[in-house]
Design a protein around this ligand. Structure first.
Ligand SMILES: CC(C)(COP(=O)(O)OP(=O)(O)OC[C@H]1O[C@@H](n2cnc3c(N)ncnc32)[C@H](O)[C@@H]1OP(=O)(O)O)[C@@H](O)C(=O)NCCC(=O)NCCS
Length: 295
């Protein structure tokens, strides 16, 4: 094993404020992402277990974080974990530090009995050696359904504490947005992604008590990102309630609960979803992880 003498290996350290800020510094330097935004959204996912190397000055120099990511896949509950925030500072690369933290994280996932481990990456080759397989994701496009019933609607404000509390409650009790493939919860990542997506609109359908996360797509059409509620409204009712009649609709998850079937188009995104799981647990039909659940 290469020399690790001046380094300190730590896991499960998010409760240590200085270490959390050192971790935030690593992600800011490598990805330009400020995870301290989570501090005002209730903190990171409480199931997070980070694995990291720190240097003598307390800088976090290598990290990967495992977290619980319960999924529904083809109608079946899958006890899955996710891996996120994988990075090594440039001056420490090529010494096997990433391998150390990855192996520790995977040992943890296996010991905890997770049936599947998921990650998103733009370098899938890095993960094949650990048993991860790339899964194709799709978008679902088509013309807008007509004849929906319009109900009352209210736009939520990400800056409003009351609105975010309401959204948090709905995230806690949500129905998975698709039975083909969807996270069961993912509250913290939803709030974080929403806070970092300037064009996202969060509209509460007050009768259905469901939040519609959407944006105007690159083609100028309606792009449905996610739906948060105990009940998933039909796409026709969503559009009627939003009082829009877009030329095209794109749905960023399998639309099996929407009363509408688009055409599945392979996603050209650079980020590849990978899963380390038995063949029998892989989704059989086109699907996508909603962007609001991206990690
Ligand atoms: C990717 C990254 C974490 C690798 O860190 P590292 O410290 O150089 O990794 P290690 O030294 O532990 O290398 C582990 C193995 O991965 C291989 N590897 C490293 N980068 C790779 C890449 N981009 N593609 C494929 N394999 C890669 C190494 O060759 C090594 O293989 P070996 O075990 O057969 O020798 C680091 O380059 C980084 O932080 N990059 C920017 C952020 C990033 O891309 N994070 C991962 C995105 S999900």
């Amino acid at each position: 094993m290469p020399d690790r003498k001046r380094l300190c290996f730590r896991s499960d350290y998010f409760g240590d404020r200085a270490a959390w800020l050192a971790f935030a510094g690593l992600l800011e330097d490598i990805f330009g992402i400020d995870v301290t935004v989570l501090d005002r959204l209730g903190g990171p996912d409480p199931t997070s277990v980070p694995f990291a190397w720190f240097d003598g000055a307390g800088r976090c120099i290598a990290n990967i974080t495992a977290f619980s990511l319960p999924l529904v896949v083809d109608g079946t509950f899958v006890r899955a974990a996710g891996l996120q925030s994988g990075a090594v500072r440039p001056e420490h690369r090529g010494r096997g530090l990433y391998r150390d933290v990855m192996e520790a994280a995977l040992r943890h996932c296996d010991a905890e009995g997770f049936e599947a481990v998921a990650l998103l990456t733009d370098t899938p080759d890095l993960y094949r050696r650990y048993g991860f397989r790339a899964l194709a994701q799709h978008r679902f496009t088509g013309s807008a359904p007509a004849g929906g019933r319009a109900g009352p609607l209210r736009r939520l404000d990400i800056g409003s504490e009351a609105d975010m509390t309401l959204l948090g409650r709905l995230l806690d009790g949500r129905r998975p947005v698709s039975d083909r493939f969807a996270p069961l919860r993912q509250k913290e990542m939803f709030l974080f992604n929403a806070a970092l997506t300037p064009d996202i609109r969060l509209d509460l359908m007050e009768e259905a008590n469901a939040v519609i996360a959407w944006q105007i797509g690159e083609d100028g059409g309606f792009e449905l990102l996610d739906i948060v509620g105990a009940h998933i409204p039909r796409l026709a009712d969503i559009l009627a309630s939003l009082r829009i009649a877009p030329p095209r609709v794109t749905v960023r998850f399998a639309p099996d609960h929407l009363g509408w079937a688009g055409t599945a188009v392979p996603d050209a995104d650079d980020m590849v979803l990978m899963l380390r799981a038995a063949e029998s647990l892989l989704p059989k039909q086109p699907f996508a992880l909603p962007p609001t659940a991206g990690f």
